[in-house]
Design a binder for this molecule. Structure first.
Ligand code: 5GP
Ligand code: MN
Ligand code: MN
Length: 482
């Protein structure tokens, strides 16, 4: 990217709307100098400029420091549209993996309790939790049950003994996005989802055992129940084939929308429809249903992890203190109230590879955390670190209540694969104290630590920009990958 990136504030850079004809607002990219250098090597900033052309976009087309190239919209992108100004909804602004997200589970185990059991633990997780592309799981639902599950969210499986009600209190939207309509989800999508709930999926998705290796904010860590050397589990997965199919179905339905509703798009992958059009409404209802499926998927993944821990340590998961800190989506669009130019309004916030980060006092932050802010779960990579942050006031002022979602890729999958050729990534990781098991060796190469930016750099930026603040840093001990 050779276009203009003008510094505004400590760690934000502006692409002025004069950069390209058709931009309705500026682009804002959050980054420091080090990350900016990497970002410039990618076409993602051009995607930020393209998104600025969407009808009804508010304030700016925003990108987080973990930005990298994606389908139409960059990963790490945030865009809010106002339905009253012809605002659109765009499936590409949510992503193929609707409600991809992260769930974080605490334990009352410490490093010394697990360090001699890591191989056994990772093996047990790997052989219990289904992973890999297209894998089906042990929970089978028929079409009617799958649609009910999409309407109810994790409550549906919790009512069947797969979790406890308090898990819902610590899930974004209590695991149930309102106004989901499972009947807007195609039979084909339902079929793909029916046997995949409770499976990890491929590549970037993972289940990781981590240890808290630094605490940055003792007060917030106390509220979150986190302390030094504590063992935790991080789960990253989404809505599997079901969400993918919902996205695909909608892209087909949206193809003629620009002509039909009279707007122009710089890139076909930015397909969108007015929020209040039949196409827009149908996608929104189906996307919400797929999001509820995603929460269920992570609920079932957590439940399997709880069972494995119970087996390996010979105590019940309750006894092991395996309580959910939080579950948060990072591929979703939601109707939220925000203040724009001093006026409160409801806007459609698209977060694609970006995490909600509501600050203290926000009514949607669970009561237990309301005095400090929403827990924000940030995976990094399987060799270095991951983070727990807390939502900060700056996010409401600058980014529609949003922060980053990870480290973000530094290398394309192809480049990482080439780089890993002939190497045994699992042995390299073991050398560094991380036990890794994956269903494909290529997968490990694509996902090797250096394929990602350093998550500590990304976290520096969102902390400095007051989008979310550092609470605790974790280092990986064991990981299973798709
Ligand atoms: P995405 O949702 O964009 O595919 O991935 C989110 C983030 O997860 C990535 O940007 C990366 O930082 C992080 N990530 C990917 N693989 C792993 C892993 O195996 N372990 C950890 N801790 N983080 C990972
Ligand atoms: Mn995903
Ligand atoms: Mn994801």
């Amino acid at each position: 990217f050779t276009g203009p990136l003008e510094r505004i504030g400590c760690c934000c850079h502006r692409i002025p709307k004069s950069y390209k004809a058709g931009m309705r607002v500026d682009g804002h990219i959050y980054a420091n100098d080090k990350l900016l250098e990497a970002i410039r090597k990618d076409q993602a900033p051009d995607q930020v400029a393209n998104v600025a052309m969407l009808p009804g976009i508010q304030v700016a087309s925003i990108a987080m420091p973990d930005i990298h190239w994606g389908y139409g919209f960059c990963i790490g992108g945030v865009c809010a549209t106002d339905p009253e100004e012809g605002g659109v909804i765009s499936p590409g602004g949510v992503g193929y993996d609707i409600n991809c997200g992260v769930r974080f589970i605490k334990t009352n185990l410490y490093l010394d309790d697990v360090k001699h059991h890591m191989k056994e633990l990772v093996k047990a997780l790997f052989y219990t939790v289904p992973s890999g592309a297209g894998r089906t799981g042990r929970y089978k639902f028929d079409a009617t049950e799958t649609r009910r599950l999409m309407g109810e969210g994790p409550r549906f499986v919790i009512d069947r003994g797969l979790g406890v009600a308090r898990d819902l209190d610590h899930t974004e939207a209590n695991g149930r996005i309102d106004d989901a309509d499972p009947h807007q989800v195609s039979d084909h999508a339902v079929k793909r989802g029916a046997e995949q709930c409770g499976t990890l999926g491929s590549g970037n998705h993972f289940l990781e055992v981590q240890v808290v290796d630094s605490v940055f904010d003792a007060d917030v860590a106390k509220v979150f129940g986190l302390e030094l050397n504590q063992i935790c589990v991080m789960i990253h997965s989404g809505s599997r084939g079901l969400g993918y199919q919902v996205c695909d179905d909608s892209l087909a339905a949206f193809r003629n929308c620009p002509t039909k509703y009279g707007f122009e798009l710089p890139d076909r992958q930015l397909a969108c429809a007015p929020v209040d059009s039949p196409e827009g409404r149908k996608y929104i209802a189906a996307m919400r249903a797929a999001a509820n499926y995603g929460f269920c998927n992570r609920q079932l993944l957590m439940q399997q992890a709880r069972e494995v821990f119970a087996g390996v340590f010979g105590r019940s998961w309750e006894d092991l203190g395996m309580e959910q800190l939080y579950d948060v989506a990072h591929n979703i669009a939601k109707l939220e109230e925000h203040t724009v130019d001093g006026k409160k309004k409801k806007v459609w916030v698209h977060r694609k590879g970006a995490t909600r980060a509501f600050p203290a006092g926000h009514p949607e932050v669970p009561e237990k955390y309301r005095a400090v802010g929403q827990p924000v779960i940030i995976p990094g990579d399987m060799g270095r670190a991951s983070w727990v942050l807390v939502g900060a006031p700056g996010a409401m002022e600058k980014t529609f209540g949003t922060t980053c979602h990870g480290a973000g890729r530094a290398m394309s999958r192809t480049a990482a694969l080439k780089d890993g050729a002939g190497r045994r990534i699992d042995r390299e990781l073991e050398h560094k104290g991380v036990i890794a098991m994956a269903s494909s060796r290529n997968g490990l190469a694509e996902e090797q630590p250096k394929a990602y930016k350093n998550v500590d750099d990304v976290v520096d930026v969102v902390h400095e920009a007051d989008l979310s603040r550092r609470v605790a840093r974790m280092r990986p001990l064991g990981v299973i990958k798709g």
